[in-house]
Design a protein around this ligand. Structure first.
Ligand code: NAD
Ligand code: GLY
Length: 346
């Protein structure tokens, strides 16, 4: 069992071990004590893992209720959130009880926000089952739902009580979802750890599972370090956005359909690197391609720039973007939006 302590305003452990989902009840009880546990999950994950989690929680003295919603980003909205609130109220969940987020980033984000707001805040735990959720969304305390005006626009910072990562659960992930997580793993290598980048570059989508525990551990440890320095996202945490400014714009250009977040991040990292550190482009592109991810986009830059203007990392008239001048090093560059447009179109 590997453990990472995340020292945020409310500290917690991330446990990383194959097979740990079967013992989740024991690990959660050690942190929260016995209480009522509302498992929140989606239909796909429910069919695969809800019984295992329920059995382990019951064996460790928890009283269980389960809320299941349809999988996919479209469920991460205010109407599902309202259904979760109704469910928690009907099941008499109190401030002594816990929510259990079982699933990918969609489940984690909406459950975390429900935990931040129900009864003005109750405890929650994360059992992330996608690579993206294990190495990114379950750690760091960002929770949110989408509204018609944009993704993740309504949310809160709310740290979990514990995160349990079982990389065996990743073996049931479809390839495109695994690739989505690998885009974020490549990002961690680019911004902070050239050794991690090399390990990723030496593998591909078919054999990366051989080193999955090490990969998950290393990525989470990088996220821990960044989040501990800037929990509330006012500075350094922005480096986690490498590839995301253009990536989100590409996702938006595709109306968030048939184009995953990971594809956007991969293409975004390549486009920014082509522009500002072209000597690294070959290495990055080769690595991205090994995971079946795109290295560019058919969308014209002139049509992507309006989407960049809506980026959450924008302040009045300015935009921050991240450049990696070498593998393992990230720089935040803040410029007037007009200058960014000029640089990107030039
Ligand atoms: P997701 O939660 O939609 O999961 C992807 C798909 O995989 C879903 O259909 C799900 O049912 C399925 N799935 C999950 N686990 C599975 C498993 N083990 N086997 C088979 N299928 C499985 O998407 P995601 O990529 O995990 O997360 C994306 C979300 O995360 C977005 O909403 C994004 O905004 C959010 N996010 C949040 C943060 C944060 O810091 N809070 C960071 C990055 C992304
Ligand atoms: N996923 C970006 C962050 O946690 O800040």
């Amino acid at each position: 069992m590997r453990k990472i302590r995340v020292n945020t305003s409310s500290p917690y452990d991330v446990l990383i071990e194959r097979g740990s989902i079967k013992d989740c009840g024991k690990y959660i009880a050690e942190v929260t004590g016995k209480c009522k546990a509302a498992i929140i999950t989606d239909d796909t994950v429910s069919a695969l893992y809800a019984d295992i989690v329920r059995t382990s929680l019951e064996a460790n003295g928890f009283e269980i209720c389960t809320f299941v919603f349809p999988h996919g980003e479209r469920s991460k909205d205010l109407s599902t959130l309202a259904e979760i609130f109704d469910f928690l109220a009907k099941n008499s969940i109190t401030r002594s009880d816990i929510l259990v987020a079982l699933g990918g980033g969609v489940v984690g984000d909406i459950t975390g926000f429900a935990a931040a707001s129900f009864l003005r805040g109750i405890r929650f735990v994360q059992i992330p089952t996608t690579l993206l959720a294990q190495i990114d969304s379950s750690v760091g305390g960002k929770t949110a739902v989408d509204i018609p005006a944009g993704k993740n626009l309504v949310g809160a910072f709310k740290q979990p009580e514990i995160v349990i990562c079982d990389s065996d659960t990743l073996t049931t992930l479809p390839d495109d979802e695994l690739a989505c997580g690998m885009a974020e793993a490549i990002k961690y290598g680019m911004i902070r750890d050239s050794r991690l980048f090399d390990i990723i570059a030496e593998h591909d989508l078919k054999n990366i599972n051989d080193v999955m525990d090490e990969l998950v551990y290393t990525c989470i440890d990088i996220k821990r370090d960044v989040v501990e320095h800037d929990e509330f996202d006012t500075g350094e945490r922005m480096i986690l956005n490498f590839g995301h400014t253009i990536g989100h714009a590409i996702e938006g250009w595709h109306n968030y359909t048939d184009y995953t977040h990971g594809m956007g991040v991969a293409a975004g990292m390549c486009i920014i690197t082509d522009k500002f550190a072209p000597e690294l482009s070959g290495r990055l592109r080769k690595c991205v391609e090994a995971y079946g991810l795109p290295t560019g986009t058919e969308a014209p830059m002139s049509e992507l720039l309006p989407f960049c203007m809506n980026d959450k990392k924008r302040t009045t008239g300015n935009i921050s973007y991240i450049v990696c001048p070498s593998v393992g090093k990230a720089e935040i560059r803040k410029v007037a939006f007009a200058e960014f447009s000029h640089l990107m179109e030039g």
